[in-house]
Write a protein that binds this ligand. Sequence first.
Ligand SMILES: C[S@@+](CC[C@H](N)C(=O)[O-])C[C@H]1O[C@@H](n2cnc3c(N)ncnc32)[C@H](O)[C@@H]1O
Length: 320
Amino acid sequence: MKFFVENVKYIICKGDLLMSKGQKNLVNAKKMQKDEFYTPLSAIENELTNYEMEFVDKTIFCNCDSIDSNFTRYFIMYFERLKIKKIICSNYNFGKPSEIVSYDGCEIKKIKIQNTSFDSDELKDIYDEADIVITNPPFSKFKKFVSFLIDLEMDFIILGNINAISYSSVFEKIVDKKIHLGFTKKDIRFVVPDDYESTSSMFKRIDDKNTILVKGVRWFTTFDINNRDYFVPLNSKSTDYFDVFDDMPEIINIDEANKMPINYCELMGVPITFLDKLNSKQFELVGQMASSAKTRTNFGYPFVNGNKKYARIIIRLRKE
Ligand SMILES: C[S@@+](CC[C@H](N)C(=O)[O-])C[C@H]1O[C@@H](n2cnc3c(N)ncnc32)[C@H](O)[C@@H]1O
């Protein structure tokens, strides 16, 4: 066992040297179902160190991860320090039989099952046993993946694209403070298979591995990590400067976060990236304008003077 854990540690150290295309790549991944973007250990460490208290005595399920994934390696390497109960990882093999590996601090167990897709019935007992799902799921299946975890009422810490904020299943949970954005807001350089596109400016060959820098990556979590001490400076003295939305003239459109009006406590539509700065002590998150379907939290598409804007979140300044 010692040899195995030491070996994993060695591979991690080596692997990190190798690690660390823009959003277009995510869209491409979705179109082509190119989902093999391997997360660097450094990105996992940067985020997960913020949740260590949540891991004590917990069973962690990395449900899109082989034994070689850096998520699995992270939990094996820091098993004792994090005081976790068990780490389980399942290796997807495109519908073919594959292995589930677990480690409880003493023993590594491997079992083969027919279908290790994250939504496979064969994983039901593992979801019952697990406390938290932690992984970087396939980009092309993110919506289905997150809805699956929400339905299971499972705690999670997962990587996705910032645009996933607009999915109604995700956004409603963000408004209800049941899903939060994680700590790290940096672009991530992923290792990709050798046959992945290599013409983009985001592509780089590092240590004999193909890597692609992906922009707009965010962590999504059910843990309220309460990391928002930042207050957005309010600058504009007048709201005359701002247009209103065609279908909702009571909401002003703000394109740039550095031009927020002072003492304006009515509704404002801001770019979705504003969520990174949103401190619920300063602003109330009311809804979004992201799609035509009107719901409790979605108010239709954002049109200003006949021009369609990119998705907006709707916020209101809290009265002091
Ligand atoms: C973005 S990659 C990340 C891999 C690993 N979690 C990591 O962070 O390095 C997503 C992985 O999910 C796997 N995958 C695709 N469809 C899946 C499914 N239905 N169930 C589980 N995993 C799946 C892909 O083969 C791919 O390896």
